[in-house]
Design a protein around this ligand. Structure first.
Ligand code: PLP
Length: 425
């Protein structure tokens, strides 16, 4: 079987034919990429995107919660291949800034398929939404509603309520959303008084939650607000159930889907109500892996092994949710033999900050300088949050995808993102 590596650096394009194993195997691909790069003196970390995984996730979504149209949260990972694929599959997009609007509009996305899901809008960004015809937007307080009224009086506004899951990796509640009981009815009334076009209600239960029941309770609360609006002769027809879905837990997703479907049947049986969601992590988490190299190995005073790798909590690991369960593969390039025995280890990041500790006190197979670690499930809030701290900037991305023109079992690996090189040109 064969695999092509295309290197797209600015206008330059070269392709190299190399052998690859039978199946779409991330580790084999990474190993080949490492060899290719090393021949060119390149030893930087890189992402590998399994684009088929994103497609698969979309198919599961459509099968399990068919009434809910996903508006992918661009902030989670704005890899253009992911955005294009989701656009082609029929997704909408959750954007929060001018750059995100432009990214999606440049890809030909209809402004109707964009929700401006940021409850504290910067004026120039709101003005761009007006110019570009983006109408759906969230708010959670009178002040923001006044701002929208002034700059975008024809906006389709969506009231964001607070509805926190019992537990989540990041609880968004303290910052966003009004109280559904004490504040939301007043804000609905205010929309009526100000003649603003309130179309519906949104919530976000918190990112990466295991509390699937919260979706049912939140939808019950949304129904209450629809009922209240009806008493004011306002007809709402839009529900946005936010994000919060894990990427790789099928059983949990099944439970969430069952909960959502029955809550929709119970509260919103009419197909006239438009139901959307803003999933980020769900679509990309499991689709990306990152390969990083061990650049230094040393013994700590207390006898454990310290590894220093060329990744960082200021780069791909700043919002990392899998801290407790390492999901990784190893590519041996050093001469160290017998590396299967696990030893107490700490993995440090590449910056000069001592806070830059990726994993501490873990049982880890003994490796050596030059070996590579492939961390899996690295698609969510990694590329987009990465900083340039200490000059270690963003990573290249390679895509693993089926090569339609060639035999069924061959795959194509492409470099699509060359931020580091672009900077040096
Ligand atoms: N929508 C909004 C408004 C958010 O703030 C976020 C994440 O912070 C998301 C959607 C995506 O959430 P998740 O990645 O948990 O699905």
């Amino acid at each position: 079987e064969f695999c092509f590596i295309y290197s797209l650096q600015s206008v330059k394009c070269q392709s190299v034919l190399i052998k690859l194993s039978l199946i779409m195997d991330i580790v084999s691909a990474a190993s080949k990429i490492i060899d290719q790069n090393s021949a060119k003196g390149v030893d930087d970390p890189f992402y590998i995107l399994n684009i088929e995984n994103v497609k698969h996730k979309y198919e599961i979504w459509k099968e399990k919660i068919p009434r809910v149209v996903p508006y992918y949260a661009v902030k989670c990972n704005d890899d253009e291949r992911v955005l294009r694929l989701l656009r082609n599959l029929g997704a909408g997009f959750d954007c929060a800034s001018k750059k995100e609007f432009n990214q999606m509009l440049d890809l030909g996305v209809d402004p109707e398929r964009i929700i401006y899901a940021q409850t504290a809008k910067q004026v120039s960004h709101l003005k761009m939404a007006v110019d570009k015809g983006i109408q759906k937007m969230t708010f959670d307080c009178p002040e923001e509603l006044q701002k929208i009224k002034k700059l975008h009086p024809n906006a389709k506004v969506v009231l964001r309520i607070r509805f926190d899951a019992k537990s989540s990796f990041v609880n968004l509640g303290p910052k966003f959303g009004c109280n559904p009981v004490t504040e939301a009815p007043n804000l609905i009334q205010l929309c009526k008084d100000m003649q603003m076009n309130l179309i519906g209600i949104s919530f976000h239960v918190g990112t990466a939650t295991t509390d699937y029941k919260v979706f049912g309770n939140a939808l019950d609360a949304v129904r209450e607000l629809f009922n209240f609006a009806e008493t004011l002769d306002m007809k709402l027809n839009f529900v946005d159930i936010g994000g919060g879905f894990m990427g790789g837990n099928t059983e949990l997703f099944d439970n969430i889907a069952t909960t959502i479907n029955s809550a929709l049947d119970r509260n919103f049986p009419s197909e006239d109500i438009e139901i959307i969601s803003e999933p980020g992590r769900y679509f990309v988490d499991t689709a990306f892996s990152i390969a990083a190299q061990i650049v230094l190995k040393k013994k700590s005073e207390d006898g454990q092994i310290y590894y220093f790798i060329n990744e960082s909590t200021y780069l791909s690991f700043c919002y990392y949710t899998d801290k407790d369960k390492l999901n990784y593969s190893v590519i041996k390039k050093s001469n160290l033999e017998n590396h299967s025995e696990k030893k107490l280890s700490t993995i440090w990041g590449c910056t000069c900050s001592s806070l830059d500790k990726i994993y501490s006190d873990i049982e880890f197979p003994e490796l050596d300088v030059d070996d590579w670690i492939i961390f899996h499930n690295m698609g969510a809030y990694s590329r987009t949050i990465s900083s340039d701290f200490n000059g270690f900037s963003n990573r290249s991305s390679y895509i693993l995808e089926r090569n339609e023109k060639s035999s069924k079992k061959s795959f194509t690996v492409k470099i699509i993102h060359m931020k580091i090189d672009e900077k040096f040109i």
